[in-house]
Design a protein around this ligand. Structure first.
Ligand SMILES: [Zn+2]
Length: 358
């Protein structure tokens, strides 16, 4: 700020000199106003120029040094200068605010061309993926998914499936029993066959019965206490072993490859007669023999057979009129064969290093 000598009462000053001084203050103030680069600087300018102790206000102190008739004239002039500076200040303030806003917007600008933050996506468990593959294939062949309970009675899990009390075949299924006598965790999805037959009888049936099964076994690389099974059941008139083989072959080709060889081996299950296990040509060695197929060239993928007349009868169907076939497979086992997984414990150990590979 330019400071001006303040005249004492003793010094009489003439009006023209006072006006000259005021004009100089005015010009000087306009210049410093233009130089104000921020709203902060602008406020400082306002205080030092137009404030109570500002340079313009201080000029009013000189009024007394003028001859009385000149005083109103100079007073008016001071007010004019004040008003002009106030207007200039407002104009400058508006311009500065706009400038600052623009600068702020440029600095904090949203760059819409930046790639967005990627949303983390989960994925299906390999067992679920395999289950869905299985559903799709059977769905295409007209089989519906039939859901059945995981907690079963001994009657449904064993007796109605032609496995009476004390039958040695019960040794094939190590069972989890509950505190309620006769109530167990199902050891296979087969009891669902009885539920489905009793619900649909006497209509023909084409269902698959997927779900979790439980067995009281030691957990090793090849056996778990819980695992999925997908049971299948077709009941109707004139269903023969040829239908069983043709249908299961169609499934195996879609699941493991169009040119994959298959074979059936005779076996025993209490609820089917005759019974057969189905093998596919080893997917790893193409039948040449390797560690996974134990050098046989074949991998067992499911058990199957014609529904036992006793089971048909327990489901409400007359075995003299109706026949059917059933099969059961383990999706985890199929996933192990398909992807070369050597330990079934990976499925439920919740290790992301394993799960993220699928
Ligand atoms: Zn092999």
């Amino acid at each position: 700020m330019v400071s001006f000598p303040v005249a004492t009462d003793k010094e009489r000053v003439d009006l023209s000199k006072m006006r000259e001084q005021l004009d100089e203050i005015y010009e000087q103030s306009l210049r410093t106003l233009e130089e104000a680069g921020s709203t902060d600087e602008l406020e400082t300018w306002h205080r030092e120029t137009l404030g109570r102790k500002g340079s313009v206000q201080l000029q009013t102190r000189h009024i007394g040094q003028l001859v009385p008739e000149e005083r109103p004239h100079f007073g008016r002039r001071i007010n004019e200068v004040k008003q002009a500076l106030e207007d200039a200040y407002q104009e400058r303030a508006t311009a500065l605010r706009a400038q600052e806003l623009e600068a702020q917007m440029a600095a904090e600008a949203l760059d819409v061309t930046l790639p967005g933050r990627r949303a983390w996506r989960g994925r299906l468990h390999p067992a679920s993926q395999t289950l869905r593959d299985i559903y799709r294939i059977w769905g295409d062949m007209g089989f519906q998914v039939y859901r059945s309970r995981e907690v079963e009675t001994d009657e449904y899990n064993f007796e109605l499936l032609n496995i009476p009390q004390h039958h040695p075949a019960r040794d094939m299924w190590d069972t989890f029993h509950t505190m309620t006598p006769g109530v167990i965790l199902r050891t296979h999805t087969s009891p669902g066959q009885i539920h489905a037959m009793r619900q649909y009888c006497p209509e023909p049936i084409r269902v698959i019965l997927p779900g979790m099964c439980y067995r009281y076994e030691q957990i090793t690389a090849r056996s778990e206490i819980q695992f999925h099974q997908v049971e299948g059941l077709a009941v109707g008139k004139n269903i023969t072993m040829a239908d069983l083989k043709g249908t299961l072959n169609a499934f195996a080709r879609r699941m493991f490859g169009e040119d994959r060889a298959t074979r059936f081996r005779a076996n025993y299950f209490p609820f089917t007669e005759p019974s057969a296990e189905m093998d596919v040509e080893c997917v790893l060695c193409e039948g040449a023999g390797c560690q996974v197929c134990k050098y046989t060239g074949w991998l067992e993928i499911l058990g199957s057979g014609m529904v036992h007349p006793t089971v048909l009868r327990n489901g409400g169907y007359d075995p003299e009129v109706y026949s059917g076939f059933a099969f059961g497979m383990g999706p985890e086992r199929i996933a192990m064969l398909k992807y070369g997984i050597d330990d079934i414990r990976y499925f439920w150990s919740n290790d992301l290093r394993f799960l993220e590979q699928f």
